[in-house]
Design a protein around this ligand. Structure first.
Ligand code: 0X9
Ligand code: ZN
Length: 387
């Protein structure tokens, strides 16, 4: 069990930081900065990094980090799989004309995967999806899309929301990985990332955000691993995981014009590609998604002054098989990954203090609505699935 939170620097030109990300050493990378990484590692990994020529400074051990942040108070205010189901049902029941709860699949352990469809559905021409919690420990990524659904329903009888829900449809699936999320409810497991698949070698978990079928498995690095025990294990084949197949089937059926998937942390707005440092080849697509990401960056900053940096996904690190490479590569959907609060591990990292749920939602509200509006107004001829 990885027990250290460490700052890794490049001590020599023999060992550039970029090489560490591309090497298959099985690290859990938390932060990527030009001059250092923050990683979770065990003693053996730390020693190995030092032997490779990296500087490794222990910032904290995981136990005191969990004692400081993973308190009972920090958990109140966040949903569990059960309380999310209850709240989604309540929303659907309170707005039967425009909301409908769909079970889009079942998890490895048999939990229902929920998506709330919001919209009048009178021949809607444009559909948008908001996803949350591919990664178990990223609890805030459940709350932002949930609050978005609540906001749309509470404001459904006045413009602009009313107009959007007449023209289009919004699907919100706040918890793609309920098994993992449930597992993190037990304090020592609070930092679990993957789903709860039993792998063939006895280890547990596939990274749902490496299991999508676009360029799946083409990288073998620290952030897309073929080793089942690793935090970014890509799985035995594309779409091997029921949680990921559920999203695949929903997207294949609804042909969303845009997909926004929430993660945490680092305060980033990431657009494709993630599997290559090459930019999107279609200049119009690139302009569209980059402009939108930058507009969202500005509107987030206006609310509470927080900086969320817009950039290409691969600028964080290279991964193959993530959600947005697939939704863009396969369906030409406007596709973004938003990494929510906080910015650093000192502020809690994956354990965002509960009092920040509301401000985090507040700053992401205008950005999410901009995404919605842009996608709803996008001409449809870009959708390959249209035939
Ligand atoms: O690694 C991920 O799946 C995402 N970061 S997280 O810390 N939430 O796990 C980032 C995915 C974006 N894609 C690439 N960076 N290629
Ligand atoms: Zn994530």
């Amino acid at each position: 069990m990885a027990s250290l939170i460490a700052r890794v620097t490049s001590a020599s030109t023999r060992a550039p930081l970029a090489d560490l990300l591309t090497a298959p050493v099985g690290l859990d990378v938390w932060e990527v900065e030009p001059d250092h990484l923050v990683v979770q590692a065990d003693e053996a990994q730390a020693a190995r990094l030092q032997a490779m020529g990296y500087g490794v400074e222990q910032l904290q051990t995981v136990d005191p980090y969990l004692s400081a942040f993973a308190t009972d108070a920090a958990a109140t205010g966040y949903h569990t799989a059960a309380s999310l189901e209850q709240d989604l049902r309540r929303l659907a029941d309170q707005h039967p004309e425009i909301a409908e709860l769909h079970e889009i699949g079942r998890s490895v352990e048999g939990r229902p995967l929920w998506a709330l469809r919001i919209g009048e559905r009178r021949g809607s021409t444009r559909k948008v999806a908001f996803l949350g919690c591919h990664h178990a420990r990223e609890w805030i990524s459940v709350e932002v899309p949930y609050r978005l659904a609540e906001h749309l329903l509470q404001n459904s009888s006045s413009d602009p929301v009313q107009g959007w829900l007449q023209q289009g449809e919004v699907w919100v699936a706040p918890m793609v990985n309920p098994d993992g999320h449930e597992y993190t409810q037990t304090p020592p497991n609070r930092l679990w990332r993957k789903n709860r698949r039993r792998n063939h070698d006895g280890t547990v978990g596939v990274d749902p955000n490496r299991n999508y079928g676009y360029m799946w498995g083409t990288l073998r690095n620290n952030t897309s691993s073929h080793v089942p025990a690793d935090e970014t294990y890509v799985g035995p084949r594309a779409f091997s995981e029921p949680e990921v197949r559920a999203v695949r089937d929903l997207v294949a059926r609804e042909l969303f014009g845009g997909v926004l998937t929430y993660h945490s942390y680092s305060q980033l707005i990431l657009y494709p590609w993630g599997h290559t440092t090459e930019p999107i080849r279609d200049a119009a697509d690139l302009g569209e998604v980059r402009d939108l990401a930058e507009e969202m960056e500005r509107s987030i900053a206006k609310v509470h002054g927080r900086t969320y940096t817009a950039k290409q996904s691969s600028g964080l690190y290279l991964t193959a098989g993530d959600t947005t490479d697939w939704t863009y590569g396969e369906y030409d959907a406007v596709s973004l990954t938003v990494e929510l609060r906080p910015a650093t591990w000192e502020e809690g990292g994956f354990i965002l203090p509960a009092e920040q749920i509301t401000p985090c939602w507040e700053e992401n509200r205008p950005a999410a609505l901009e995404f919605l509006q842009r996608v709803l107004h996008r001409p449809r001829d870009g959708v390959r699935g249209d035939g």
